[in-house]
Design a protein around this ligand. Sequence first.
Ligand SMILES: NC(=O)c1ccc[n+]([C@@H]2O[C@H](COP(=O)([O-])OP(=O)(O)OC[C@H]3O[C@@H](n4cnc5c(N)ncnc54)[C@H](OP(=O)(O)O)[C@@H]3O)[C@@H](O)[C@H]2O)c1
Length: 250
Amino acid sequence: MDKLLDFTGKVALVTGGSRGLGKAMALALAERGADVVITSRKADACEAVAAEIQAMGRQAMAYGCHVGHWDELGTLVDAAYERFGQIDILINNAGMSPLYDNLTSVSEELFDKVIGVNLKGPFRLMALVGERMAAADGGAIINISSTASLNPSPDSEPYGAAKSGLNALTRSFAFAHGPKVRVNGIAAGPFLTDIAKAWDMPAFEKMAQSRLALQRGGQPQEIVGAALYLASEAAGFTTGTIIRVDGGTP
Ligand SMILES: NC(=O)c1ccc[n+]([C@@H]2O[C@H](COP(=O)([O-])OP(=O)(O)OC[C@H]3O[C@@H](n4cnc5c(N)ncnc54)[C@H](OP(=O)(O)O)[C@@H]3O)[C@@H](O)[C@H]2O)c1
């Protein structure tokens, strides 16, 4: 294994690790030696991924938690440190972008939930884990953002705003927790995960062929290279930045 991408002895915490992009990144880290804490709302789905990781000979912990619920995050972090004694890689990946008919139909509850999961939870986890990383051997934090944070995005205005806020936190936490902790983001373009189940696929294919340089949606595996890079010493001089993995989104 390339030493730069060898995560033996490292512990990663991946939110939303039960499926989609989070699962792909969690498995990729475990395949390269990391032990992994998998968290999402559904503990049984996390257990299934943890079992896959254990079958690779790595250690894994499954933990059911809502990342938008402030108080649950302290308990999650305490449980992870109690089990492993360290977190070296935090991937704030859990996110959601509910569709709505029009802007006035966006309820306060929906708005707060979108901000809670995509922005508030990552803030709290970066504060809790980043501080402990900085006090120990350092670490790498990766925030999964979206091209919706960069481009006007009809049907997902609160989500785009939350992810823009996450980009701002990525930069400010790089300074807050530097120099021992690197904090970076990935602005994902359209990936064909469960999120895509809500899309009008013929309309999406048409849009992809006319507007995306790669003319298609991404597969979950295609987020992995950027995540491994940012988590590793290969990115030792990279912090406070956002990498686009978006198939060539304009
Ligand atoms: N797919 C795309 O096109 C796309 C594009 C741009 C950005 N992104 C971003 O990429 C990240 C991953 O998306 P994905 O496509 O992999 O989504 P996904 O397949 O829908 O998976 C979402 C993951 O997050 C977890 N999750 C959702 N709400 C949660 C909550 N309140 N608390 C804790 N965990 C929660 C889910 O598990 P539970 O249901 O068990 O909670 C699941 O593990 C998100 O941040 C998303 O915004 C995706």
